[in-house]
Ligand binder design. Sequence first.
Ligand SMILES: C[S@@+](CC[C@H](N)C(=O)[O-])C[C@H]1O[C@@H](n2cnc3c(N)ncnc32)[C@H](O)[C@@H]1O
Length: 282
Amino acid sequence: MSDTPGLGTPSMETPSMETPSMETPSMGTVYLVGAGPGDPELLTLKAHRLLRQCDALVYDSLVPKALLDLVPADCERHFVGKRRGHHSVPQPSTNAVLLELAGRRRCIVRLKGGDPFLFGRGGEEAAHLAARGVPVQVVPGVTAGIAAPAYAGIPVTHRRAGSSVTFVTGHEEIDKGRPGVDWRALARATDGLVIYMGLHNLRRIAEELLAGGLHADTPAAVIQQGTVQGQRELVAPLAQLADRVETAGFASPSIVVVGAVVALRVPSCAPEPANVEMPIPF
Ligand SMILES: C[S@@+](CC[C@H](N)C(=O)[O-])C[C@H]1O[C@@H](n2cnc3c(N)ncnc32)[C@H](O)[C@@H]1O
C-alpha cells in the first residue's frame, strides 16, 4: 500500500481540522439528510419526519420531486445542484446559503441524494457549519451503490464472491490535491468494486483494472437510474463493458459493479423501480 494520503486521510487543509467554536443557541439546526437513491419508499422514517416539519430546504440534483412535495407549503426552498449544461453551485456558495438560513430558520433540511456522507460532501458541510457554531446533525440515507445493484438483483457482497467490497469514485477531479485512485492496486486488493460517477472514465478504469490483474471475463454491470423510472442495466465481461455501455448509450446517474457478485445476481428478487422521475443532471 502507498503511504500517500488516501481518501480516508485528512490533509491539514480539510474542514474537519477547523477548530469548533461555541454553538450559538439562537441558531437553527441544519440536518444533513440522505434522500436515498430515488425510490421515495426508500426514504428513512427520520428523513420523512424532518421533511414534513422543516422550514427551509436546500436540495441537490439527484432528489426526486416526490420528496420535495413532502415539505410544508410555506417552507423556503433553495436548489443548489447541477442544472443540465451548467456547473454545480460552488461548494462555498452552498455553505453560505446554509449558514445564512441557520441564522433565521429553526429547522433546515439539507437534502442530498443517497447517503450524505458517501461521495456527497456532507462531511465538508458538517465541518463548516459546526466550526461556525451551527448545530448540525446527519441523517444517513440508503446509498445508490447498494440500492441500484439491489434493484438489479445484485448483492454487493456474497460469501461465494469473497470477503470485501470497495466503494470508489470514478470521478478524477473530485479533489485535485490528492492522488487519483490506484485502480491497479484495487484490482488486487478487493473482491468487489462499486464505482460511483464512473461512466465517463469507464474505458480507462476497465483498462487499469485489467492491467492490475483482473481477468477479461470478470463479471461487471452498469445500472442507470437505479430504483426509479427508466432504470436499465447491462451485464458484460469487464473487457467488453466500455464498448457495450457506449453502444447502448448509458448515461449518468449510473453505478458500475465489478466482481463475482454480478454473476451471483438473482434477477427475480429485484423490486420494480418506483414510478417516479429522477432528474438527470448531467
Ligand atoms: C455525487 S455521487 C452521490 C452519491 C450519493 N451520496 C449516494 O450515497 O448514493 C452521485 C453518483 O451516485 C450515483 N447515483 C446516484 N443515484 C443513482 C441512481 N439512482 N442510480 C444509479 N446511480 C446513482 C451515480 O454514480 C452518480 O454519478
